[in-house]
Design a protein around this ligand. Structure first.
Ligand SMILES: Nc1nc2c(c(=O)[nH]1)N[C@H]1C(S)=C(S)[C@@H](COP(=O)(O)OP(=O)(O)OC[C@H]3O[C@@H](n4cnc5c(=O)[nH]c(N)nc54)[C@H](O)[C@@H]3O)O[C@H]1N2
Ligand SMILES: Nc1nc2c(c(=O)[nH]1)N[C@H]1C(S)=C(S)[C@@H](COP(=O)(O)OP(=O)(O)OC[C@H]3O[C@@H](n4cnc5c(=O)[nH]c(N)nc54)[C@H](O)[C@@H]3O)O[C@H]1N2
Ligand code: SF4
Ligand SMILES: [Mo]
Length: 752
């Protein structure tokens, strides 16, 4: 008991704020969080947490958060009942669908959808109901190039190898700063600690980044690289491996096709040929290639800096080409495939599948192809603005802030303002949702269950951890999964009052039917009704999660393996279950039509010619333009955690980093307002003169610019900063994946 007489209870919960999945210990009094600390007994994070995890307390209590549905009338939002909100949505969307067809509605899924059980389970139902080609997400300002390269090489868009950080002897990291980001496409709580352990056991960490980041400072070696030249650098490594007869595919040799093609392609990218473009000495490139081979085990890992650039897919592909050619793919200490507790198909030893097909649909205006069911978000604004048949007239955003997070924000804001109707599922009235006609809030985070369905597929250990809801719903609070299904009902033409439970049953029975029909599944051939009966005590995302766990590779198979996993088993394990270190999975994990690792996919081969054009692109020193890259700060999370005083206090973080040489040349001064201009727009923000960026490169963090009228984020508005995506261009993208170029944008700087 506390002095006030209320009882404090201790609960455990996985943090959903980034990809690291840290275990939190929460102290609760009633509905209030009184303390957040790391859960020392968490099987994966062992007590680690970062400042954002602690800020969960402030996030849950933020007075600016939306707690009830809002409807906009003119410039003001009014609270309404849930029925009124959905009636408003139906009245807004139905005529548009009836008059202009399904493509007139676009859907944008934001990043927190990937950290949210409801989103992961029901987004698909919503998309199916919409039947629109206009599906967009944060994936095309993020990891789409890696999904494409993994799809082409291994047959599945999430068949992405992760570095076996805890066992590797050598980690070559490109375009990532886990000391700030806590890791991405590599779920590993306390990655900084794991990197320190790697070095402490005699291993080596080499960081390739145009900036001297905290990660680079903590590494054995930092190689500053000119933005967007990673593919050249990686090609040169491959070149050395062939030239010096170091290629050894190890255990996967029998499953690799295309090796000779790779040798041919790498021939013209010698270290001497690429060194001037990359800004890395040829001798250093040769040494790194030899070190990768000499190390007992090694892994190459590339993240956002290698994806959000002109050659995102080529760089992502070559990362894994190096892993294969050094014999490090699929072996302990190398780059390995996770076997998540909910992964589908991993009971199947066939190792062959349909592979991936892109471009089944194209965008209306520019004809850009679809990737994994979505169109590149660089198309969204023009699809709204360009007149003609098939124009997007309505938009649904789910946990996304494209007005800040995607290129050419000025254009997109104009486009959003011109929509006939817009619905947002969100917790704030922000730069995007202020344009919505209706905003639907989720229930409090603590009132929902959590399981990192997506991220455990990319974890550096096989782990499963479920967090139950810790609070009862209060009157007027509606779980986000119910809103999503009800919205699916509206979009699918069932009106404002579709029976959510019926829709939920439909989703479930579809999944059960698939599970019993899947060859090699642990419930193959079973009676679907028997499974449905066994699941009947639950509803919503938990019921579907239970199905996925029980039919997954460690599952109880509804009795087939009494010791297997189920949601009940996870409920009895509040600190999670460790399913062990990663195990080799080739060939079983492969889903290419040939059943082979495609080392030289046609699409990549065809794009190599374009890469050559960079070989003689002048740097800023030789008269070329300055180029802009991004950066992340530990206390920030894309665009949406700037409303929490604990995270934004202290020195201003939204500054443009400029190298002292460039500052002197351009007459820029530390702390002084500086104008940054690209061909799409301009922003003004303070300069920070620092040799942490290489000459010719400037850096601005994304996610800022909270000075738009009509938002309701009081603290963020006081720390507005400037939106770097005003400078990002919709005409710059990686053609193999449609991914936006956010790194390496030509810009001009001038003192204000
Ligand atoms: N220049 C530049 N731009 C970038 C990047 C970069 O490195 N440089 N990075 C890109 C990357 S990697 C990403 S992932 C994208 C992110 O792009 P987005 O996902 O579009 O943007 P976020 O800022 O993550 O916005 C998340 C939204 O979700 C809301 N939200 C938070 N929690 C919940 C919830 O539980 N339910 C609902 N319904 N809503 C919620 C927030 O209020 C916010 O509006 O930005 C990209 N943009
Ligand atoms: N604190 C915090 N954590 C986050 C987020 C956040 O906003 N804040 N966002 C989350 C999300 S959505 C994601 S996707 C992850 C991203 O996680 P990371 O990939 O680790 O992202 P960053 O910290 O932005 O690191 C990217 C690095 O790439 C460098 N870079 C830029 N261009 C190039 C290039 O051309 N080549 C090379 N080699 N490097 C380049 C940049 O200088 C930067 O240091 O972080 C997640 N975690
Ligand atoms: S590192 Fe990520 S998961 Fe861990 S506490 Fe911080 S925000 Fe949460
Ligand atoms: Mo991201």
């Amino acid at each position: 008991m506390t002095p006030g007489g209320t009882t404090t209870r201790t609960e455990y919960r996985t943090c959903h704020l980034c990809e690291a999945t840290c275990g939190l210990e929460l102290h609760l009094e009633g509905r209030d969080i009184t303390l957040v600390r790391g859960d020392r007994d968490d099987v994966f994070s062992h007590g680690f947490l970062c400042p954002k995890g602690t800020a969960l307390k402030q996030l849950e209590a933020d007075p600016d958060r939306i707690r009830r549905p809002l409807v906009r009338r003119g410039d003001t939002f009014h609270e309404v009942s849930w029925d009124e909100a959905f009636e408003e949505i139906d009245a807004g969307l139905a005529p548009i669908r009836d008059q202009y067809g399904p493509d007139a509605l676009a859907i944008y899924l934001g990043n927190p959808s990937a950290h949210n059980l409801a989103g992961l389970v029901y987004n698909r139902a919503l998309l199916q109901a919409a039947r629109t080609r206009n599906v967009y997400s944060a994936s095309t300002v993020d990891q789409m190039p890696k999904q494409v390269s993994a799809g082409l090489m291994f047959g599945g868009g999430l068949t992405i190898p992760v570095p076996d950080v805890d066992r590797t002897d050598y980690l070559l990291m490109l375009g990532a700063n886990p000391y700030a980001s806590n890791g991405s496409l590599m779920t590993a709580p306390d990655l900084p600690g794991r990197l320190r352990a790697l070095r402490a056991r005699g291993g080596k960490l080499v960081v390739v980044d145009p900036r001297r980041t905290k990660t680079a400072e903590e590494a054995d070696e930092h190689l500053p690289i000119r933005p967007a030249t990673d593919a050249l650098f990686l090609f040169a490594l491959v070149h050395v491996l062939f030239a010096d007869d170091l290629v050894d595919l190890g255990d996967v040799a029998a499953h690799v096709s295309g090796l000779e093609e790779v040798r041919r392609l790498a021939a013209s990218f010698s270290p001497d040929a690429v060194a001037p473009a990359c800004g890395i000495d040829a001798a250093v490139i040769r040494r790194v290639a030899h070190e990768l081979v000499a190390a007992p085990t090694a892994a190459v890992y590339g993240r956002i800096g290698t994806c959000t650039q002109e050659f995102g897919t080529l760089a992502s592909w070559l990362v894994d080409v190096v892993n294969v050619c050094t014999g490090n793919l699929d072996r302990p200490g190398g780059a390995m495939f996770t076997r998540a507790a909910t992964s589908v198909g991993s009971n199947n030893a066939a190792g062959r599948g349909r592979g991936v097909t892109f471009g089944r649909r194209t965008s209306r205006v520019r004809g850009l192809p679809e990737f994994f069911g979505e169109l590149p978000v660089v198309c969204l604004a023009e699809e709204i603005e360009a007149p003609g048949d098939g124009r997007v007239r309505a938009l649904v955003t789910i946990a996304g802030n494209p007005a800040v997070s995607t290129p050419n924000s000025d254009q997109l804001r104009r486009a959003l303002a011109s929509l006939d109707f817009m619905v947002s599922l969100d917790i704030y009235v922000n730069e995007t949702t202020r344009h919505a006609n209706v905003i639907l809030p989720p229930e409090p985070e603590l009132a929902r269950g959590h399981y990192d369905l997506a991220l455990y597929n990319l974890a550096i250990r096989n782990v499963a951890n479920y967090s139950p809801p810790l609070l009862e719903l209060e009157p007027g609070e509606v779980p986000e999964w119910r809103s999503m299904l009800r919205l699916a009902g509206v979009i699918g033409g069932q009106g404002a009052h579709a029976d959510v439970d019926v829709l939920d049953d439909l989703v479930l029975s579809g999944l059960v039917a698939k599970a019993v029909a899947r060859p090699g599944s642990n419930v193959e051939g079973r009676d679907p009704d028997e499974l449905l009966k066994a699941l009947a005590t639950r509803r919503g995302p938990e019921r579907i999660l239970d199905l996925m766990l029980r039919t997954g590779p460690y599952g109880d198979g509804f009795g087939a393996d009494p010791d297997g996993l189920s949601l009940a088993v996870l409920e009895a394990s509040p600190h999670g279950i460790d399913l062990g270190p990663l195990q080799p999975r080739i060939p079983e994990v492969l889903r290419t039509p040939t059943g082979m690792i495609e080392l030289a996919p046609e699409a990549c081969v065809a794009d190599v010619e374009r890469l050559r054009s960079v070989l003689d692109r002048p740097s800023a020193r030789d008269g070329g333009p300055l180029v802009l890259v991004g950066r992340r700060d530990l206390r920030s999370n894309n665009s949406w955690m700037h409303n929490l005083q604990v995270l934004v206090k202290g020195k201003v973080r939204c500054t443009v980093h400029v190298h002292p040489d460039d500052a002197a040349r351009l007459g820029l001064h530390d702390g002084a307002d500086t104008r940054v201009r690209s061909s799409s727009g301009e922003i003004v923000l303070p300069a920070e003169v620092t040799d942490a960026v290489m000459p010719g490169v400037v850096s601005i963090p994304h996610g800022w610019g909270h000075d738009a009228a009509g938002t309701r984020m009081t603290t963020a508005a006081r720390h507005a900063g400037a939106n770097s995506n005003v400078l990002a261009r919709t005409d710059l993208f990686d053609p193999l994946s449609g991914n936006a170029v956010l790194s390496g944008i030509p810009v001009e700087l001038a003192a204000v």
